[in-house]
Design a protein around this ligand. Structure first.
Ligand code: ADP
Length: 366
């Protein structure tokens, strides 16, 4: 194994601009890396590079399909080679909250969870894939919940923040004399978004550790006040942001948003598996763009399919929280910053209030 893998891993690290010296070498089935100077995000990016390179080598037939080494980070002073030895993140980049005991979990995450003072329930709205309507669902759920509760919306979709557009907000967040950020408020929801920090016309290129730090500021350095629910619009996928939430916050539950299309469901399954491993309860799934009704003849078309979503929730024993049609009104209202779930909006008959009631039922606040 050693002969085959060493050059593949070394070349991949060099190509990705990483120092190849962090690769100590193969030790039986383990690819051993030196974890000195690597925080969690550093380790995750090395893991990603190596997994990607090995996948490619397998696909090209350069190594056997069953050659799956274990990626193992070792501290230089650690001579026991124990695969369970914890690897500590660099304290300068990932401070562990005082008084919070860190414990290691799957994917090498270091749990050091600390609640946001005043916030009762943190609810993650997630999808595996982008473009399936996660931000639309987050914003409308937040607005629907805000009819009866104190609600915040944290747009953690760093690469495509849109909460500010969906809720008709612009500008930047004021900072208090105590250096706390003040959320902007739209349709009764307190909103914090990466979109308030960045130039909307420029792409966001943030490295993992910066993302984690910014997120921690959004958790603890914001004047959230008393919130019943903090709804979080997650970025798609299973990366740095997801890890930071799992490590840092006690999360009450996650909602999976997906279209019924196979390609979206593959990613939703990955997201579900991640939450299961990280011990985040999944409250249920929202099927978005479930059908389209022809405005001319009233025919109902299941553009993205149907059965695969039903199979998905059945297999995972997931609660169906809402089915949302593909509807021009939803897109138009989103672009106008006038979410369809507003209290005074009776023009659409969508199940936003029912979705809010399900969340409240699963996570009561009174
Ligand atoms: P994500 O957050 O998953 O990337 P968005 O919520 O930004 O997805 O939705 C992607 C696009 O699809 C947006 O233009 C949005 O207005 C539109 N959209 C989302 N859900 C619907 C729907 N049910 N009907 C019509 N358009 C929708």
């Amino acid at each position: 194994m050693e002969l085959h893998l060493t050059p593949i891993i070394t070349d991949a690290l060099v190509a990705a601009g990483q120092n190849p010296k962090c690769f100590v070498g193969m030790d039986g089935v383990r690819a051993v890396f030196d974890s000195q100077n690597l925080d969690l995000n550093g380790k995750l990016s090395i893991e990603r590079i190596v997994v990607g390179a090995l996948e490619k080598a397998r696909a090209e037939g350069r190594i056997p399909m069953d050659m799956q080494p274990v990626i193992y980070f070792r501290r230089p002073e650690n001579t026991t080679n124990s695969p369970t030895a914890p690897t500590a993140p660099a304290p300068s980049t990932r401070p562990v909250a005082t008084g919070v005991k860190a414990k290691t979990g799957p994917f090498g995450v270091r749990f050091a969870r600390r609640a946001i003072p005043g916030v009762k329930h943190v609810v993650l709205v997630a999808s595996g894939k982008g473009g399936v309507g996660k931000s639309t669902v987050s914003a409308n759920l937040a607005v629907a919940l805000a009819k009866n509760h104190n609600v915040g919306l944290l747009d953690a979709d760093i690469y495509g923040p849109s909460a500010q557009i969906l809720l008709g907000l612009s500008g930047s967040m004021p900072v208090t004399s105590g250096n706390k950020l003040v959320p902007l408020e739209g349709h009764g929801v307190k909103v914090v978004s990466f979109g308030f920090l960045t130039d909307p016309t420029q792409p966001v290129i943030w490295r993992g550790p910066m993302v984690s730090k910014a997120l921690e500021q959004f958790f603890y350095d914001v004047e959230w006040g008393e919130l019943d629910y903090l709804i979080v619009d997650m970025p798609p996928g299973t990366g740095d942001v997801q890890m930071t939430f799992a490590e840092r916050l006690p999360v009450a539950g996650a909602i999976l948003v997906t279209t019924p299309q196979d390609v979206a469901l593959v990613d939703a399954k990955k997201a579900f598996a991640m939450f299961e491993k990280l011990d985040v309860p999944v409250l249920g799934a929202v099927e978005n763009m479930a059908w389209f009704t022809c405005p001319e003849c009233g025919h109902e078309e299941h553009i993205f399919g149907r059965d695969a979503f039903q199979d998905f929730i059945k297999e995972r024993k997931l609660k169906l929280l809402a089915r949302i049609p593909l509807l021009k009104e939803i897109r138009v209202r989103s672009d106008e910053g006038m979410p369809a779930a507003r209290a005074d909006d009776a023009t659409t008959n969508l199940p936003w209030d029912a979705l809010a009631a399900s969340v409240h039922g699963a996570l009561p606040v009174d």
